[in-house]
Design a protein around this ligand. Structure first.
Ligand code: NPW
Ligand code: ATP
Ligand code: MG
Length: 323
């Protein structure tokens, strides 16, 4: 009985994905349509023969005393997109708050414990992907623990989406993810400039966004980079994709968290599907394009429905995931 509403929500979410991917608006170029078809190909079919967990067990690493919304938005988005289980590994002060937001999330108050790396590592064999950074904050002790978590995740070949303060850590230590082909970075404008400066040791050319994203990806050893903005620009150092699907002009906090959480599950689906389903294109690029497209489409639908409503802030932006 408890599964009913959740299955309904997932089916609804899949319908939103399907609708998002069948839109032909906004800078619609043939490449964009072709890529959306590849995104459709990686979405696993629902089936009564599957067991719980098969469609994705995602871990979000983030959440501290100040920021409890960001890890919640990322983790709940993974579920709403279609993951079966969503974990949050956060600092102890954030855990009761995040638990209270939703009984659907599994919350581990471990990030500030002396055994944080071990506490997360013991879950890794059961997780398909990690989303590192939403609401993490910049406390040195937490960042040291997250460094350890990234190292053990790489050793186990777990895909990682790195966002927000996770990108702050990578800007301090690019070697942490250099050459790790299962990493996707999702910087906003400021995070991208910071990373570019740190890795390429010079300011980016603001007249050449494509080139800048391509060069940053190459300099990081072909890690996939998603530069969010008016148009999202994605590259794995070989190919550059642009997602210009119509979004909204409302720029409230948390939209990037929806993107990184959605991407966590799409990365898992894309790697499971493999290059035959993505027609030889990089599965991670296809996943990233799907997450950008979905987030922008949700922003668009929410804005259509609620306008520039200031009261509900972010909630207006993720309502479409629940229809
Ligand atoms: N509800 C929650 O819990 C949420 C928590 N969150 C968490 O907060 C933490 C910090 O993340 P963050 O993104 O605020 O980063 P940070 O480096 O402090 O930069 C902020 C400053 O950069 C600027 N700026 C930003 N974008 C820009 C642009 N496109 N173009 C130009 N400038 C731009 C802007 O500067 P200003 O305009 O104010 O001078 C802004 O004030 C992180 O853990 C994250 O996950 C969020 O996820 C939201 C929801
Ligand atoms: N100017 C814009 N026009 C339309 N969509 C945008 C614009 N800027 C960002 N977006 C979209 O909003 C989503 C989040 O991007 P944004 O740059 O706000 O991330 P962020 O700053 O990391 O957000 P968060 O507040 O969650 O940290 C992305 O899907 C992106 O495509
Ligand atoms: Mg962000």
């Amino acid at each position: 009985m408890a599964l009913g509403p959740r299955c309904g929500a997932i089916r609804a979410c899949r319908r939103v994905l399907e609708r998002a991917f069948s839109l032909r608006k906004a800078h619609s170029i043939k490449d964009m349509e072709n890529t959306l078809q590849l995104v459709r190909n990686i979405i696993p079919p629902l089936s009564s023969t599957k067991h719980k967990g098969q469609d994705g067990r995602i871990g979000v690493v983030g959440g501290c005393q100040e920021y409890t919304g960001a890890p919640y938005f990322a983790a709940i988005s993974a579920l709403k997109v279609g993951a079966d289980l969503s974990h949050v590994f956060c600092a102890s002060a954030a855990a009761p708050v995040i638990k209270a937001y939703s009984p659907e999330l599994i919350v581990h108050p471990v990030l500030d414990s002396p055994n944080a790396v071990h506490e997360v590592e013991k879950w890794l064999p059961r997780l398909h992907a990690l989303v590192v950074g939403p609401g993490l904050g910049r406390d040195d002790a937490l960042l040291r623990n997250v460094q350890g978590i990234l190292e053990v995740s790489k050793a186990r070949d777990i895909p990682v989406v790195i966002d927000a303060d996770g990108l702050w850590l990578v800007a301090q230590q690019p070697a942490l993810i250099h050459g790790y082909r299962k990493a996707v970075l999702t910087p906003n404008h400021v995070e991208f400039s910071r990373l570019y400066d740190a890795v390429l040791r010079g300011p980016m050319d603001s007249d050449d966004s494509h080139g800048s994203v391509l060069r940053l990806s190459q300099a990081l050893g072909n890690v996939t980079v998603v530069q969010k903005g008016e148009r999202d620009i994605l590259s794995n150092g070989q190919q550059v994709l642009v997602c210009s699907q119509e979004g909204s002009s409302r720029r409230c906090g948390g939209q990037g968290d929806l993107l990184s959480g959605s991407l966590g599950v799409l990365v898992h689906w894309a790697l499971l599907a493999g290059p035959q389903k993505t027609n030889g294109s990089s599965p991670l690029l296809v996943a990233a394009f799907g997450a950008c497209s979905l987030t922008r489409q949700c922003n668009h639908q929410a804005f259509q429905k609620h306008g520039a409503c200031q009261i509900f802030n972010l909630s207006i932006n993720w309502l479409p995931l629940r229809i």
